[in-house]
Design a protein around this ligand. Structure first.
Ligand code: 0X9
Ligand code: ZN
Length: 583
């Protein structure tokens, strides 16, 4: 009895050790590898550093302060350069070992107290779906190179969702950025559980669909668990022992530009063509099939940043820069309000370094969505090996930012006007003004060009449509009919998106309108007695106004030609005496 239980124990021990050995043998180790923060003052410094380390860790590689992983046998070389640096992590393997120990011990830990593998993430999605089948479902996105499923959670309230806008969150394009998986899962979980319990979440999901892709790069993610904790790219076999395309350089907007590499061994290898990778192609098709997506956030780690387009250029600004950076700033404030973490915001390329073929550039540039890249915690203390105790706080602060984004996406006006240009404040009599307005659709919409209108009136008449034509994309010029001296011409613009959202400019037209006063330069308007409606000619229409108000008393009556607060025969006579005259 005693010896049997002993042998069972021994057997189990051998089995465990065997598995552990097989595991460890396949696993890349980083003993003694440091992460150093180096001050690079010149491009030559950047080159020198790139020769020493092939693994920059921080978001930005260029002149400035950059983190690099440096193997122990290259530290002397680094010291020899004379570059100023500090050691941020002295032994990367120690952090990985601590992470492994935490994973081994997690036992009954809460789901968000540990990092979770592909299978665990998928199983948790199934659980959410099982518990809340009317709120959340799984939408297939595609299949990875190694035939793993890429999928999205679709979260919205029950009922007809055909008119709802949608927001897309993408986690884990980069395999080693584990906290991006847990964070988008945290957001999914909080939404699903908050529906019906929290008014703000309920209101959001009643009008909005949230799509969450927990793992865009499942092959790389799996590989970072089993073989190489610091793997970044997907797992395409290129040749020999060379693997991997950087998915976040493979998107088809400004693909191949600066900040991406044509060399397969590079960490930022862009692949052979835009969307050459099944993972990015599937995400492209997913978004293209859902024109109701208004905004996308591509979630990464680390550096604590909220970045808006463009990534491919540090000089070009987007047309929507004010909006995109404003919202980035609001998201950063929301994040700060939860645990006091500072996230810096700004346009990607100019805030940091240029990167071409990135997801957020494609979502904004090709789909007209509002789009951002978020870099989660931390700022380098642990870098990619963020301790699991930070999963929940990172999720909580990101969720606060997400709620703000969701509300803005739900409520935003989707037509943006600018102008009017060439819009004089005054104009001579009988002269046509030709004001120009810029009209664009935003938040993933497209402008219905045929819907753009110019409406005007003279005095307090009815607004009627005037001719307006598109001069060049988004630039519309209208023609306003002339009027007589003293008249006030009011006008406004209207337009809709192909989704049917309508807007006017000014926003609350016709209550508010742009105006042009008809004047003669350096002269008074000649008076035309009897021109009751001010159209420059005394005719039957003036006569009818007097007739229709005949007998009425009080101030400001239109038919009160002589201004004595009563419409009577005297007014009628003035019109009659001037009948047929004009200015
Ligand atoms: O390089 C990337 O793809 C992202 N950074 S990461 O460290 N997570 O790899 C940032 C992409 C957008 N940012 C810049 N163009 N700077
Ligand atoms: Zn990344």
């Amino acid at each position: 009895m005693r010896s049997r239980s002993l042998s069972v124990l021994l057997l189990a021990l051998v089995a465990c050790t065997g598995i552990a050995l097989a595991d460890d043998a396949a696993r890349t180790r980083y003993d003694g590898h440091a992460v150093v923060r180096v001050e690079l003052r010149t491009h030559a410094d950047v080159e020198r550093m790139n020769a020493i380390s092939d693994d920059p860790w921080s978001e930005s590689v260029g002149v400035g302060v950059v983190d690099f992983r440096v193997p122990p046998d290259r530290m002397d070389e680094l010291r020899a350069t004379g570059l100023r640096f500090e050691v941020v992590i002295d032994d990367v393997q120690r952090l990985i070992d601590a992470e492994q120990a935490a994973l081994a011990q997690r036992g009954g830990a809460g789901w968000f107290e540990a990092y979770r593998s592909n299978d665990e993430v998928s199983a948790y999605c199934d659980e959410l779906i099982l518990e809340h089948p009317n709120i959340v479902s799984r939408a297939p996105v595609g299949t990875s190179i190694q035939a793993r499923p890429v999928y999205a959670l679709r979260i919205t309230s029950p009922g007809d969702a055909s008119d709802r806008r949608a927001v897309l969150l993408i986690g884990c394009q980069h395999a080693r950025e584990w906290v991006s998986v847990s964070t988008v899962m945290f957001i999914a979980d909080a939404l699903v559980r908050g529906y019906g319990a929290d008014q703000r979440i309920t209101d959001i999901l009643d009008d909005l669909i949230v799509y969450i892709v927990p793992v865009a790069n499942p092959d790389g993610y799996s590989y970072s668990w089993t073989n190489q904790r610091l793997w970044r790219k997907n797992r395409r076999h290129i040749s020999g022992s060379t693997y991997g395309v950087d998915l976040n350089r493979n998107w088809g907007y400004q693909w191949g530009g600066p900040g991406s590499s044509g060399s397969p061994s590079s960490l930022t290898y862009r692949g052979t063509a835009p969307f050459s990778e099944p993972e990015t192609a599937a995400l492209r098709d997913f978004s293209n099939a859902r024109p109701n997506i208004v905004a996308s956030v591509d979630v990464h780690s680390y550096s604590q940043l909220v970045l808006s387009p463009w990534g491919y250029s540090d000089t070009l600004t987007t047309t929507d820069a004010a909006d995109l950076n404003g919202l980035a700033s609001d998201m950063a404030s929301e994040i700060f309000s939860v645990h006091g973490k500072t996230y810096i915001h700004g346009p990607t390329g100019s805030t940091l370094y240029v990167a071409s073929g990135i997801a957020s550039d494609w979502h904004y540039g090709a789909r007209n969505e509002y789009a951002w890249t978020i870099e989660l915690r931390d700022t380098g203390q642990y870098g990619f090996i963020l301790p699991p105790e930070q999963i929940i706080p990172t999720g909580e602060e990101a969720f606060a930012a997400a709620l703000t984004l969701f509300e803005r996406a739900r409520d935003a006006d989707r037509v943006r006007f600018d102008g009017p240009f060439n819009a004089p404040a005054t104009i001579p009599p009988d002269t046509m003004a030709a004001p120009t307005v810029h009209a664009r659709a935003i938040w993933g919409a497209a402008l219905d060009v045929a819907s753009v209108r110019l409406l005007s009136r003279v005095g307090d008449g009815d607004f009627t449509d005037q001719t307006i034509t598109e001069q060049s994309p988004g630039v519309f010029t209208g023609i306003l009919p002339g009027a007589s001296c003293g008249a006030v011409i009011s006008y406004y613009f209207a337009a809709s998106t192909t989704f049917g959202d309508t807007a006017t400019w000014p926003a609350n037209a016709p209550d508010d309108a742009f105006t042009i006063t008809v004047t003669i330069p350096d002269a008074e308007c000649p008076s035309l007695p009897g021109d009751v409606n001010g159209d420059g000619v005394v005719d039957f229409s003036d006569f009818s106004i007097v007739l229709s108000q005949y007998g009425q008393t009080g101030p400001g009556l239109q038919g009160d030609v002589n201004g004595d607060d009563v419409v009577n025969f005297e007014d009628f006579s003035i019109v009659l005496a001037n009948y047929g005259s004009s200015l």
